[in-house]
Design a protein around this ligand. Sequence first.
Ligand SMILES: C[S@@+](CC[C@H](N)C(=O)[O-])C[C@H]1O[C@@H](n2cnc3c(N)ncnc32)[C@H](O)[C@@H]1O
Length: 236
Amino acid sequence: MEDAYLLSGDSLNRTEMNKRPYRYDIINFLLSSFTRKTTYLEIGVRNPNDNYNKIMADVKYSVDPGVEFKENPVDFKMTSDAFFERLRNGEHIDRNIRFELIFIDGLHLADQVDRDIEHALAFLKDDGFLVMHDCNPPTEWHARETHGFEFSPAGPQWNGSTWKAFLKARYRTDISSCCIDTDWGVGIISKHINLGATPTIGNPFYEFYLLDKHRKEMLNLLDFERFQQLISKESH
Ligand SMILES: C[S@@+](CC[C@H](N)C(=O)[O-])C[C@H]1O[C@@H](n2cnc3c(N)ncnc32)[C@H](O)[C@@H]1O
């Protein structure tokens, strides 16, 4: 017997997977907006053919402890916390490095993503961009904390609780943010460009039903065309 709830999850998965552009199209669009050489950092790589190898930056660095992809062909085989600590201490690359773009796609739990945002902002150029994957989970099953539960309407899809860290950043007034409505929600954070207002609706306990009810405003959901217009108005 088919369960309507399971079927609705399946349909939402297909809808999301049919959306375009992909995360790497957005990252490459942002990198191409700079008229200087670009330096890129990816936190959480898994199979580099899925994203990292498609990125067109002049200098690229990758960080992953190798939890999901055993080959793990990255520059820094460690967690993001260890990477940033060593970077602060100047142990592996120049501590004065500042990136044009940092892609945060490591461990998808809110407290970790919150730390990744904080650490990444410190190493981002003033006109650089933070890009975050999985900010717009279609259901609370997709937003579950435990990756392993596959017998739910989300099936194998997992966005984790990344959305909470992104929403926390959305309430800050020293940075500006939006979420492109594609590829499970591609969050963008800038210290420099006004990407839209902070949410007027609160969500002090980070409850999924409130996100679901107000997701357009809470996440500042934009389509890619509108986002391109916003970025094109600015020159680097
Ligand atoms: C969703 S995958 C990355 C996908 C890739 N960025 C892409 O766009 O195709 C998440 C990756 O984060 C890695 N990871 C897990 N815990 C991590 C941590 N604490 N710090 C950095 N990466 C972590 C996993 O090993 C996994 O390869």
